[in-house]
Design a protein around this ligand. Structure first.
Ligand SMILES: [Fe+2]
Ligand SMILES: [Fe+2]
Ligand SMILES: [Fe+2]
Length: 414
């Protein structure tokens, strides 16, 4: 199976997921991409080099899942714990053939220049990683000023960055930043609308390519790992849902294409959870009404992230519907009955089964008997599809094994 896809669109959409980790400080990856690109204009970098830089900048914090880590990174100029997210990000990108060439840049994006300059690393990697470090710190410095408009931080940020020339940052890159940031347009573009306009144009200028299912799968895997690493309770949740949804589709005699796409949907369905603060996701007690509505926002956010990727529209739709219920009482759109397609119902059943089989902060994992008793109640109240639950029941032990097979085998603590 091959799908025609613009990889720039994929990077852009997935960077939206990473930016959600900021919770109340959104669009960080995009601001870093824009600022790095602006500096690149003063470094005579060619189109191809700029493209690599923009992609690396948008994905630079893919090693961050927790809102706690994000907060540390934006509130401290040089946090001693910053290296770990660089290494996790490097490993994640290395696992994906189309993005592995960005891995070295991510590995060094918090390394001080006075150390980096002597390392045995290609020149372009040193330049890109140190430039991303520099503009990343610009974004942190702006956030620390507590001001309504980025342009109000202009002088203080320029002075501070200049003071680290030759220590944290390459003097050459500091010069490029001072030139780029001399324009008021530089600061004004950091507001979300001009920022999105600029990056949407970059996406529109990208070429469509035929991408294999294996490649799409390896990209989706990166993001499933980022979401699943947000909490020890959801380790492997997306992986388990993906495997089970695919297998249910096969037993349900869906086409190979639908089965494959359901596997992608399983990996991506909870992307929006990146926006849920750690303390809500890991709360050991029942969530109160406000916390519950924040939690419920995640399937809507998953849709927002994925909806613009041409070629994956159905994956985005199924992801958005994974908490919809056949009786119309689900969320976020309150779809009902036939509005919820068979693949969306498969994803929902796989999600419920995997979640019940796995530990949660407020309960332990459940045995098959308990799982089916809860699922029967859900059928009675019109929440999930009875015919699909019957398929799960027919293959109960296998479903349990598929949903949890690699559970705890590969723990990434991001
Ligand atoms: Fe970072
Ligand atoms: Fe960052
Ligand atoms: Fe969910």
């Amino acid at each position: 199976m091959k799908t025609e896809i613009n990889l720039r669109q994929v990077v852009f959409s997935l960077s939206k997921a990473l930016d959600l980790v900021g919770v109340d400080d959104m669009h960080h990856g995009k601001r870093v991409a824009f600022m790095a690109y602006s500096c690149a204009q003063h470094l005579n970098m060619d189109v191809h080099e700029c493209d690599t830089l923009i992609q690396a900048a948008m994905l630079h914090d893919c090693g961050v899942s927790k809102t706690y880590t994000h907060k540390k990174l934006v509130t401290e100029l040089d946090w001693s714990g910053s290296q770990s997210h660089c290494e996790i990000g490097e490993q994640l990108l290395l696992s994906c053939p189309v993005f592995s060439y960005l891995a070295p840049v991510i590995a060094y994006h918090h390394t001080h220049w006075d150390k980096l300059k002597d390392l045995d690393v290609p020149k372009a990697v040193k330049r890109d990683s140190n430039l991303i470090f520099l503009v990343d710190r610009v974004d942190a410095l702006i956030a620390q000023q507590n001001i309504p408009e980025p342009i109000m931080a202009r002088n203080i940020v320029r002075e501070k960055i200049q003071s680290y020339s030759g220590t944290l940052f390459s003097p050459n890159l500091v010069d490029s930043f001072l030139e780029a940031s001399n324009l008021s347009a530089f600061w004004l573009t950091l507001e979300s609308e001009p920022l999105y306009d600029m990056l949407r144009q970059w996406v529109a200028d990208g070429q469509n390519q035929m991408i294999s299912f294996e490649t799409l799968h390896s990209i989706a895997q990166i993001f499933a790992k980022i979401v699943d690493a947000k909490s020890p309770f959801t380790v492997e949740h997306s992986q388990g849902v993906a495997r089970l949804a695919k297998q249910l589709a096969i037993w349900d005699e869906q086409s190979e294409e639908i089965a494959n796409k359901l596997e992608l949907a399983g990996l991506l369905h909870d992307l929006g959870k990146l926006r849920v603060p750690d303390e809500i996701l890991e709360k050991p007690d029942k969530l109160n009404e406000i916390e519950f509505s924040v939690m419920q926002g995640h399937s809507f956010e998953s849709h927002q992230i994925l909806k613009d990727i041409k070629g994956l529209e159905d994956v985005a739709l199924w992801c958005s519907q994974h908490h919809e219920k056949i009786n119309g009482s689900g969320y976020p759109f309150k779809y009902k009955g036939e509005d919820i397609s068979r693949p969306a119902r498969i994803l929902a059943v796989a999600d419920v089964f995997q979640a019940l089989a796995q530990n949660r902060p407020y309960r332990g994992s459940l045995q098959l008997e308990e799982i089916f008793s809860i699922m029967s109640d859900m059928i009675q109240s019109g929440n999930i599809d009875a015919s699909l639950v019957n398929i799960v029941r027919e293959h109960a032990n296998e479903c349990h094994r598929i949903a949890l097979v690699e559970y705890a085998a590969e723990k990434l603590h991001i």
